[in-house]
Write a protein that binds this ligand. Structure first.
Ligand SMILES: *Cc1c(COP(=O)(O)O)cnc(C)c1O
Length: 441
C-alpha cells in the first residue's frame, strides 16, 4: 500500500482526534501514513523519517519498537492476555500495584485501574466524593481546579478542565468546577520570583478554601507543569502550600501526573520535588511506555478504609471492561524495569540539560518569549500576530524531519528518554529553522 492510497482511505474512514477534518482536504494540512517506528524515529512508506519530538502525544518513553518492552509483551502473550479483574487477579497487575506503591514510599498503597487518562480523573473525583459521603460528609460534592488546568475531555473530566477550546463547546453539558489562579511562573509582577508567584496563588487558594471548604471534596492539580494549556511551569512551593491548605481545610489533593509522571519532570513523580504526598495520584500516558492504553489511580489507606464495609453500596463500584489488562500491566512492568536497570532518572539529568541547551540560542531570537524547561520538557512562546503560526510551524518542522505539535503559540519539545546527542541537536536545528520559516509566512 503506497502513501497516497493510505492517506485517502484514512481521511475517508478514520475520524482523526483533535482535528478539523476539513483542514486536511486538498493537501492543506499534511496527513502522514507511518509504516514503522524505530527508537525516536518514525518512518513513512517512502523512506522519509520524522524524529518524534513529542513522544507521540507524550506517551512514548523508551522509543518505538523497544526490544525490551517487545520481549516482555511477547512473553506475556504466551501466558495471559486479559482476564476480568472482578473476582480474579493475575501476576502483572499485582506486581505493578506493589511496585507503584513502593515508588510512593507506600503512602499510596491502593491501585485502581482504567484505560485512559480522562477515566483516571473521573475515578479520582468519584472516589473523593464517595469517600467523603461514606464518612458522613455529604456536603463535600464540589471540586476545585487551577486556571488553565487540563484533566481530560470526557464530560466529567471537562468539569475540572479549564481550556476553552476543549470546554466551551460542551459547556451546557458540564458541571464546571470553580477555578483558582494558576501559579504560572510567567505571570510575574514587578520583581516577583516564581516562588513569590506561587505564594500569591496559594493565598488565593486559601481565600477560596476558607470560604468554600465545607462543600469541596477535592482540589486537582497538574504538579509543576500545566502541559496541555501550553507548558505553564510553576514553583514547587505552590504544591507545598496547597498540601498544607488541603490538610487544614479537609480537602483531598489530587495530583494528576498523567503527563508529568514517569520521569517527565525530572523526578519519577513530579510531586516529589515539593516533598509532599497527594491523597490521589493519577498516572497514564508514559506508564506503559506508549505501548498500550493504561491508567491507574493510587490512593491512601484512609480513602480505601472509607469504602471497606459490609454494605455493597459503600464500595467503589466503578468498572471498566479492560481494567487491569495483563498485557498493559506487563508493558508497564517492563517500563519500570528499564527505569531501574538504566538508572533513567539519573541519566536524564544530563539529557534534560542538553535538551534545554539545544533551544537556548533561541532566547536571543526577537520573537521568542519565556524560554523554560523542566526535566524532559523544553518550551518557549512565540510573539506573533499570525493566527496560522501553529500550523505553519508544524508543517515547517515536518519538512525538517521533525514531529512537533505547538500549543497555540507555545513551541515545545518532549522527546522520548532515549534521544542521543545527535538527535537532540537535530531537534534544536529543526526548531530554529522551522521558527524562522513559520515566521516568514
Ligand atoms: C493527557 C492528559 C489527560 C487525559 O488523558 P487521556 O488518556 O487523553 O484521556 C489528563 N490529564 C493530563 C494532565 C493529561 O496530560
Amino acid at each position: 500500500m503506497n502513501n497516497p492510497d493510505l492517506l485517502r482511505r484514512s481521511l475517508a474512514a478514520v475520524w482523526h482526534p483533535c482535528t478539523q477534518m476539513k483542514q486536511h482536504a486538498g493537501g492543506g494540512l499534511p496527513m502522514i501514513p507511518i509504516a514503522r517506528g524505530q527508537g525516536a524515529w518514525l518512518y513513512d512508506f517512502d523512506g522519509r523519517r520524522y524524529l518524534d519530538g513529542i513522544s507521540s502525544w507524550w506517551v512514548n518513553l523508551f522509543g518505538h519498537a523497544n526490544p525490551r518492552i517487545n520481549a516482555a509483551l511477547a512473553a506475556q502473550l504466551g501466558e495471559l492476555e486479559h482476564v476480568i479483574l472482578a473476582g480474579f487477579t493475575q501476576r502483572p497487575v499485582v506486581e505493578l500495584s506493589e511496585r507503584l506503591s513502593a515508588l510512593t514510599g507506600h503512602a499510596l498503597g491502593h491501585c485502581f485501574y482504567a484505560s485512559d487518562g480522562a477515566s483516571a480523573t473521573e475515578i479520582a473525583l468519584k472516589m473523593s466524593f464517595h469517600g467523603w459521603r461514606n464518612r458522613g460528609r455529604e456536603r463535600k460534592r464540589n471540586f476545585l481546579c487551577l486556571e488553565g488546568g487540563y484533566h481530560g475531555e470526557t464530560v466529567g473530566a471537562l468539569a475540572v478542565t479549564d481550556v476553552a477550546i476543549f470546554r466551551d463547546a460542551y459547556a451546557p453539558l458540564v458541571r464546571a468546577a470553580a477555578t483558582v489562579p494558576t501559579p504560572d511562573a510567567r505571570d510575574a509582577r514587578d520583581g516577583e520570583t516564581p516562588a513569590d508567584i506561587a505564594r500569591r496563588a496559594a493565598r488565593a487558594l486559601e481565600r477560596h478554601l476558607d470560604e468554600h471548604h465545607e462543600s469541596i471534596a477535592a482540589f486537582i492539580v497538574e504538579p509543576l507543569i500545566q502541559c496541555a494549556s501550553g507548558m505553564a511551569m510553576y514553583d514547587p512551593e505552590y504544591l507545598r502550600l496547597a498540601r498544607a491548605l488541603c490538610d487544614r481545610y479537609e480537602v483531598h489533593l489530587i495530583c494528576d501526573e498523567i503527563a508529568v509522571g514517569c520521569g517527565r519532570s525530572g523526578t519519577f513523580f513530579a510531586h516529589e520535588q515539593a516533598d509532599i504526598k497527594p491523597d490521589f495520584l493519577c498516572l497514564s500516558k508514559g506508564i506503559s511506555g506508549g505501548y498500550l492504553p493504561l491508567s491507574v489511580v493510587l490512593t491512601t489507606d484512609a480513602v480505601f478504609e472509607a469504602f471497606y464495609d459490609d454494605a455493597t453500596a459503600r464500595g467503589f463500584l466503578h468498572s471498566h471492561s479492560y481494567t487491569g489488562n495483563a498485557l498493559a500491566c506487563r508493558a508497564a512492568l517492563a517500563v519500570l524495569d528499564i527505569f531501574a536497570e538504566d538508572r533513567v532518572i539519573e541519566q536524564n539529568r544530563s539529557r534534560a540539560q542538553k535538551l534545554a541547551d539545544a533551544l537556548a540560542p533561541l532566547s536571543a531570537h526577537p520573537n521568542v518569549r519565556h524560554p523554560r524547561s523542566r526535566g524532559m520538557i523544553a518550551a518557549f512562546d512565540v510573539a506573533t500576530a499570525d493566527p496560522n503560526f501553529q500550523r505553519r510551524f508544524y508543517r515547517a518542522a515536518l519538512e525538517r524531519e521533525t514531529l512537533t505539535r505547538p500549543i497555540g503559540n507555545t513551541v515545545y519539545l518532549m522527546p522520548p528518554y532515549i534521544v542521543d546527542d545527535e538527535e537532540i541537536a537535530h531537534l534544536g536545528r529543526a526548531v530554529a529553522a522551522a521558527l524562522d520559516a513559520a515566521l516568514a509566512g
